[in-house]
Structure formats: structure tokens, C-alpha cells
Design a protein around this ligand. Structure first.
Ligand code: SR1
Ligand code: MG
Length: 419
């Protein structure tokens, strides 16, 4: 018989007595649970997140809830996602050391992870809304996306290790279904949980009437569900990044799955583009300067990605894909092969980017960049630019030369009066 207590959601009141037996926690926070301070700070859509402090230090305790927090217990969600999040964190830490919080303890039954408290980091989305800059952000994110893409794929991993990993993460069956519905499908149909800002109706109708566009979105979904190129973060938006003014970390990989190499970087760029389009409602005199900075982050992030990916291609191409025996060992240059891989990756990325720009305004789980704009007439005008650029990205994804072309497109849409 299993002597471990059954799963029970923690509360601020029960946490100290329930978790004091975890030695790593008592070591890091302090041995006396009555002296611990506990604050629940989860502001995401799914989990409980506690900051637990004491005389020795502070840690984060993250616990999965058996339902979608944003919606309530009418939408059950398996606790086993914490298991996949834990395994994703260990792989990300190995593939890009220092990029994610250190994990101190994992309890599968309680679906909880005890991890490093990041301070004075705050959620990047809040910094972008407040008009704050983060030094080194583009380099960090470009490197993180390239390293995790490359090192989680059969460009680098031994085929059997990668296949074993694909099989492991394939167990995370419910979470991808959320993305398949909320991201790739619901924006383009009248789904129950959808909502949009008043005034956007003509654009919503236009997107739903566009058969070519829906075919492209479904092609992207087809690749998302059937292409296991690399281990994805799976939900890499500005709410999944914590930053100080000069240091950043990636958090929250519970949407992990194996998928197309362009997925994470595409979703990330979409969130910078939404930060960009929402700025007229958040900034004053510094609007132009700050919007320029956001576009610079996108363009630098993509060029760092490209550079890092090419460097790993030269130095760490040890997997079964594009092996050196077929190129360098025969005295041949493999650059055209790398160019072709990157071209496919960026096509996927810009498609995902356009889709993410749609779903955050039309489906469930909007983002604060737009939602914090109280004047809905202003909000609708800014969201309209974002929605139409999303559609243009989907149309032109395979022909865009580089991120510079995407930034030029953003500047063009930022000047449009669509509504
Ligand atoms: C029901 S979950 C809604 C969204 O929150 C997560 O952060 C993901 O972005 C998901 O799509
Ligand atoms: Mg999350």
C-alpha cells in the first residue's frame, strides 16, 4: 500500500506544516515552520504559486491544481503536468545552463515543484507594459531558443535518446489539446469561451471567411501535432519570462511537448509584437523610442538565434540528421543544408507568430498588454492592427527574408487606421 498522503491542494495556512518534512525546503528556508512567511502569488491561468520565506532564505513552491484556475473546476486538468514541467526544467537547464530556475525538489503525488526564488525579477510582460528595458534580453532569448531547439533535436541528440524522450513527453496528452483548441482553432470559429473587444466584429468575420488563411493555420497545426523535431517550451510568451533590468530567466514549461523547431521563437516574437502594438495606450512622450526598442529586441533576438543555431550546426551536429559524413567528411560545405533547415524553421515561426497574435485577442486567455487598456475604443483600434498583421504574416510566412522584414511590416501596420 502507498503510504504517501493523497494529493491535496496547499493553502497559505497548511503549507508550512505540510512541507516542513521536505529537508531541502527546511534547509533553505529555516527549520521552524511557524517562522515561515507564505504568500500565494499565482497570477497565471493554471497553478498555485507560493513564495515561502524564512530566516535562511526564500523559495518558490509551485503546485498544479486539478482544474484550469482561470475557468474553475468545470474544466478538469490532470495533475501529471507537473511531472512533465519538472522533466522539461531539467532538460532546459542542461541545454542552456542558467536559463531556468534551479529545481530543489519534486513531489509527483502532490504535483509540486520547489524551486529557486527569482528576485528582484518580475514577469517580463509587466515590464513591457510599464515601458522598462531589460539589458541583454534579446541575446538571452535568442540563445535560449536556438540552444533548446538545436540540442533537443536529432541534429544533436542520439536518435534513441531523443525517441525515448519523445515517448516520455507524449504522455502529456491533455496540455497540447489546450493549445490545439485555444491557439490553432478557436480564434477562427465561434467557440463558447471566446471573447473579443467590441468593435472588432468585422475583422473577426473577415478572418473566419478567409479559407486560404484557415488552411494555412491548419497546416501549422498539422505540423504542431505531427512533427516532433525538438522539445518545446510550448508556452513561451512574455508571462513565461522573468527579468530584472539586466538578467532574465525562462519559467513555466508545463506546456512542454516535442514539436516544430520554430514554434517557441515564433510565439515569443508574437508577444513582443503585441507589446509593440499596445504601446500607444501605455506610453506618453517616449512612445516612439520605446516601440523602436521593442522592435530592436525582435530583430536582435532572431539574428542571435540564427547565429547561435549556425554555430551549433558547426560544432555540435552529432545526431543522425545532416551528418558530417554526408558533407564535411566528403570535403563539402553543409551551409546550404543549414540554410534550408533554417528557412523551414522561420516559415513555421512566422506562421505561429501570426496565429498567436490572433488567439490572444479572439480566443480564451487574452494578454494584459491589450486587456489593461480600459478604453475599449482605443483597445480595439490597436488590436485591429495586431490582428491584420497576424493575417499578413500567415500569408507571407514562407517569403519573409528575415526579422527585419517583420519589423518593417509591424511599422507599416502601426501606422494604419483599420477601424
Ligand atoms: C486554459 S489555459 C490558457 C492559456 O494559459 C496558458 O498560459 C497557455 O497560454 C494557455 O493557452
Ligand atoms: Mg504558464
Amino acid at each position: 500500500m502507498d503510504a504517501r498522503p493523497a494529493y491535496e491542494a496547499l493553502t497559505v495556512e497548511t503549507l508550512p506544516d505540510r512541507l516542513v518534512t521536505i529537508s531541502v525546503l527546511a534547509d533553505r528556508v529555516g527549520p521552524d515552520p511557524s517562522a515561515w512567511t507564505v504568500e500565494e502569488v499565482g497570477d497565471g491561468n493554471l497553478n498555485l504559486v507560493f513564495i515561502v520565506g524564512g530566516d535562511r532564505g526564500t523559495v518558490i513552491v509551485k503546485q498544479a491544481l486539478p482544474y484550469v484556475r482561470l475557468v474553475g473546476d468545470s474544466w478538469p486538468l490532470p495533475l501529471y503536468r507537473a511531472f512533465f514541467e519538472y522533466h522539461a526544467l531539467t532538460r532546459q537547464a542542461a541545454r542552456d545552463p542558467g536559463a531556468v530556475p534551479e529545481v530543489y525538489h519534486f513531489d509527483e503525488t502532490q504535483a509540486l515543484i520547489v524551486m529557486e526564488y527569482l528576485s528582484p525579477h518580475v514577469i517580463l510582460r509587466r515590464k513591457l507594459i510599464a515601458g522598462e528595458r531589460v539589458a541583454g534580453l534579446a541575446e538571452f532569448l535568442g540563445r535560449y531558443c536556438a540552444r533548446t531547439s538545436f540540442r533537443g533535436s536529432e541534429l544533436s541528440m542520439a536518435s534513441r535518446d531523443k525517441k525515448r524522450d519523445v515517448a516520455l513527453f507524449a504522455g502529456n496528452v491533455e496540455i497540447p489539446a489546450i493549445t490545439e483548441a485555444l491557439v490553432f482553432t478557436d480564434p477562427y470559429r465561434d467557440a463558447d469561451m471566446n471573447s473579443h473587444t467590441d468593435g472588432l466584429e468585422p475583422l473577426v468575420a473577415q478572418l473566419r471567411a478567409d479559407i486560404e488563411l484557415k488552411v494555412k493555420v491548419q497546416q501549422a497545426l498539422q505540423r504542431f501535432v505531427s512533427n516532433t523535431e525538438t522539445m518545446l517550451h510550448g508556452d513561451l510568451h512574455s508571462g513565461s519570462i522573468m527579468s530584472t533590468d539586466r538578467e532574465s530567466r525562462v519559467i513555466d514549461p508545463e506546456f512542454v511537448q516535442y514539436g516544430p523547431m520554430g514554434f517557441d521563437v515564433g510565439m515569443l516574437c508574437a508577444n513582443f509584437l503585441m507589446a509593440y502594438f499596445s504601446q500607444p495606450a501605455h506610453r506618453g512622450e517616449d512612445l516612439d523610442e520605446y516601440q523602436c526598442w521593442v522592435l530592436e529586441v525582435i530583430s536582435e533576438l532572431c539574428s542571435v538565434f540564427d547565429k547561435e543555431f549556425r554555430s551549433l550546426w558547426r560544432s555540435e551536429r552529432t545526431g543522425i540528421l545532416y551528418p558530417t559524413v554526408l558533407f564535411e567528411d566528403q570535403g563539402q560545405d553543409s551551409t546550404p543544408a543549414c540554410d534550408a533547415v533554417l528557412a523551414g524553421l522561420w516559415r513555421d515561426a512566422w506562421m505561429v507568430c501570426g496565429i498567436e497574435m490572433h488567439r490572444r485577442c479572439l480566443s480564451l486567455a487574452h494578454n494584459a498588454d491589450f486587456e489593461d487598456i480600459a478604453d475599449t475604443t482605443v483597445r480595439a483600434r490597436l488590436e485591429a492592427r495586431n490582428l491584420m498583421m497576424g493575417a499578413e504574416l500567415l500569408r507571407r510566412a514562407g517569403t519573409l527574408e528575415d526579422a527585419g522584414a517583420v519589423c518593417a511590416m509591424a511599422r507599416e501596420f502601426n501606422g494604419k487606421d483599420i477601424l
